[in-house]
Design a binder for this molecule. Structure first.
Ligand code: GDP
Length: 425
């Protein structure tokens, strides 16, 4: 049976959570494969409105198994808070419908501290981190100095392992940053309070996914952030510390040998970006305010106002390519309804030369957007459910994007609610 990945082709916040929530009913398993609680998916459904940071967006479907893979980094305190928020809204979360990889790495309070301390040290040159400890914990992973979730099942082993790591961590905290050290007992208590609750969910997710595949079950891989934040292919160093690419999905879930059959690349009808780094089509002033307000562009994890601007087709085309997108889900078309005319960036001018190719990161800060302007439709499209019923100019806008990105648009989202979608464009 076919596997599918739902991934972002831009900077993140494209509306992936909403797309996973929509299609999850066709899948038996929804698996997150990278990142931590540094980004958030917003999902609106019959249970209410939720900002999911760690839990896969399939968690609302009772028959769906949600998986947090080995590529994910888990702050036990944050995960418990998220589970509590959902269970108190009536969502059932049990070891039958959620499993956590024994190889997922745990985020500790000192990772959050180090994130904040380093951003403070950098002052104006900071990366715009969400300070959830994600970069520090991934660096520790590659230094082989982290605790895996599975160690919660072996407390004596965990205690000795953590003792060694903490000795090293406290040196960094106190001698590099002049911050307070952590006591081993303090961290063990914290782990027991939050990690203890996660024990029943910890499994070898590779075994779970292989068994699901053998039983012809369908797997949906869910990414966080977008292609332009990929550690290898994104706008380095303004990237995340993991890979939000579809090709990483099997590796980050426990089944590296799996093939992703379909990749749904989620793109927003205009561009937004959270945090620092080059953002070529950024608008400022009144235009930006209007678009930000219309789109409700405030971060799901931090509430920070997002940077906004016209659709950057150069970046979107690149994002769709590195994601290997089989099709595009274009979200938030309804937000553009107020505009009389809509600019889209088709190419960059860099040091006097025009290019349609996404350049090396160092060149992006010199890039100036070159726009084409398309006519707007200026009427509400949120109730439309068939492509043919969209106003002519909205159809034209969609087709223009499809052409420029070179990938078929299969879904158009015209509202945040599950049903506000046009399928099979
Ligand atoms: P994600 O991280 O990619 O899931 O994206 P976010 O959840 O951060 O941002 C998407 C936001 O847009 C959420 O608040 C969604 O509820 C909302 N949203 C998604 N698709 C649409 C749409 O087509 N129209 C409108 N108006 N809102 C949408």
């Amino acid at each position: 049976m076919a596997n599918c990945a739902i991934v972002g082709v831009n900077w993140g916040d494209e509306g992936k959570g909403r797309m996973v929530d929509l299609v999850a009913e066709h899948y038996d398993v929804v698996a997150r494969y990278q990142g931590g609680n540094n980004a958030g998916h917003t999902v609106i459904n019959e249970y209410g409105k939720f900002a999911l940071h760690l839990l896969p967006s399939g968690i609302f479907r009772p028959d769906v198994l949600s998986v947090l893979g080995n590529g994910v980094v888990i702050d036990p305190e944050a995960l418990c808070a998220e589970m509590d928020a959902l269970t108190s809204a009536g969502v059932s979360i049990t070891p039958e419908n959620l499993c956590i990889s024994d190889r997922a790495v745990l985020v500790f309070p000192y990772h959050r501290d180090l994130d904040a301390l380093e951003e403070a040290r950098l002052k104006d040159a900071c990366y715009g981190s969400t300070k959830r400890g994600i970069a520090p914990v991934y660096s520790d992973k590659y230094q082989k100095k982290t605790i895996m979730a599975g160690e919660l099942l072996y407390p004596a082993y965990l205690k000795e392992h953590l003792r060694g790591i903490l000795e090293w961590k406290n040196l960094t905290l106190t001698k590099v940053y002049g911050a307070k050290p952590y006591a081993l007992d303090e961290l063990l208590d914290w782990l027991e309070t939050y990690g203890g609750r996660l024990r029943p969910f910890i499994r070898d997710t590779g075994a779970v996914l292989r068994a699901a595949t053998a039983a012809d079950k369908r797997i949906l891989f869910e990414a966080q952030l977008g292609a332009l934040r990929d550690i290898d292919y994104g706008i380095f160093p303004y990237t995340s510390s993991s890979s939000p690419l579809a090709s990483y999905a099997p590796v980050g879930c426990g089944m590296p040998e799996a093939k992703v059959d379909t990749v749904i690349g989620v793109a927003k009808a205009y561009s937004t970006c959270v945090g620092e780094g080059p953002f070529v089509t950024e608008w400022f002033g009144e235009d930006a305010e209007k678009l930000r307000e219309a789109g409700g562009e405030y971060g799901a994890a931090t509430g920070r106002p997002r940077r906004v601007g016209p659709l950057d087709l150069v970046a979107t085309r690149y994002g769709a390519k590195v994601q290997g997108a089989s099709c595009i889900a274009l979200t938030k078309l309804d937000i553009l309804s107020y505009m009389e005319s809509i600019p889209v960036c088709t190419r960059y001018e860099i040091d006097g030369r025009e290019t349609t190719e996404f350049p090396f990161p160092a060149l992006l800060s010199h890039a100036k957007p070159v726009y084409e302007t398309l006519p707007g439709w200026q009427c509400d499209v949120s109730g439309v459910r068939r492509f043919a019923d969209l106003p002519q100019n909205a159809q034209r806008y969609v087709k223009y994007i499809e052409n420029a990105v070179g990938c078929p648009i299969r879904y158009i989202s015209v509202g945040a609610e599950r049903q506000a979608i046009i399928e099979e464009v």
